[in-house]
Ligand binder design. Structure first.
Ligand SMILES: [Zn+2]
Length: 315
């Protein structure tokens, strides 16, 4: 039987191929009310380089889950966030009285608050409780979705999006929209999972990061270069990092577990059957093939894009 062609949700190309089945998961947006996302596969687009989940939860479902979550699930301090630290140092380096920063997915406004800027800080946030909290720390939350800003007559010096792109079916559309909201010479900072990292390449659809059903898009080096040239952006800086500070012992243990799992997922299944790994495999046998986490891996990337044109502000 002929398999139907799967279109790239980002660039629309038909030149895609399956990289294999993604093991099912028992959580969705940090919640286990919506168990199991079986029979999904990881695809790669040969044209733009994006890897994507197919089929995937709709944008509305993902947005709805984030909107209705509580307002402290993803609370962070800058001490735990190497991406925030680097972004803050860059913004500060170029800051002036009039510097404006928009954080998309600002949540409680924690990143914007730590900037301590003299200029204006704006947020986009779908979660109402988190948005209220952001307002209370001085963030002007101007939309619940970046698409609403196209109708507003406002441009920014900086746009940041931490842990946002992996939830979007078309990260390309996000970059296009953001580029249109930057002043000439303004910068877009994205931070997300990075599929060109060796741990991701080793595991591909079986990488723990892919098994989170709210993660639908995975960028690589090719994708970064392509969107930059498409939207007249210059890649000014890239930095790989880990979301998680781990001891050498933890690093070694998680590396070994993933090594064993990559060679023989059946060994991993046996370990889960014996009660290791914290999944309820008796009720949900599909979870036997769920991979181990690899949290200390430097599998995230921060990219700073700069819009073409002369900066007429803040430098
Ligand atoms: Zn594509």
């Amino acid at each position: 039987m002929m398999e139907s062609v799967v279109l790239c949700p980002s660039c629309g190309s038909t030149d895609t191929r399956s990289l294999g089945t993604i093991p099912c998961s028992d959580t969705f947006v940090g919640d286990n009310r919506r168990a199991f996302h079986a029979n999904t596969r990881l695809f790669e687009c040969h044209l733009c380089g994006l890897a994507f989940r197919h089929p995937q939860e709709s944008a509305a479902e993902i947005l709805d889950a984030y909107s209705s979550a509580d307002d402290h699930s993803w609370r962070h301090s800058i001490e735990e966030r190497p991406d925030w630290k680097l972004a803050r140092s860059l913004v500060k380096l170029h800051a002036s009285e009039s510097t404006s920063v928009l954080d998309v997915g600002c949540y409680r406004g924690d990143f914007l608050a730590c900037l301590d800027l003299p200029g204006r800080v704006y947020g986009v946030e779908p979660n109402r409780l988190a948005a209220e909290r952001a307002r209370s720390v001085g963030v002007d939350v101007i939309a619940s979705d970046i698409g609403q800003l196209e109708r507003k007559d406002i441009l920014f010096d900086w746009i940041t999006a931490f842990d946002v792109l992996e939830h979007l079916s078309s990260p390309r559309a996000f970059v296009e929209m953001s580029a249109g909201l930057l002043k000439p010479g303004g910068r877009l900072v994205i931070a997300t999972g990075y599929r060109s990292h060796w741990t991701f390449r080793l595991m591909e659809p079986r990488y723990y990061y892919c098994t989170l059903a709210e993660h639908v898009s995975f960028i690589n080096q090719k994708w970064i270069g392509r969107v930059a040239s498409e939207f007249d952006l210059k890649v000014e800086l890239t930095r790989q990092y880990s979301h998680y500070r781990a001891s050498w012992g933890e690093r070694l243990t998680q590396c070994l577990k993933n090594g064993v799992y990559s060679l023989s997922p059946e060994m991993g299944a046996l370990a889960r059957r014996c009660g290791f790994g914290g999944k309820d495999v008796r009720s949900n046998p599909g979870l036997l093939m769920h991979p181990p986490q690899w949290m200390p891996a430097r599998d995230h990337i921060m990219v700073v894009f700069r819009r073409g044109g002369d900066a007429d502000h803040g430098e």
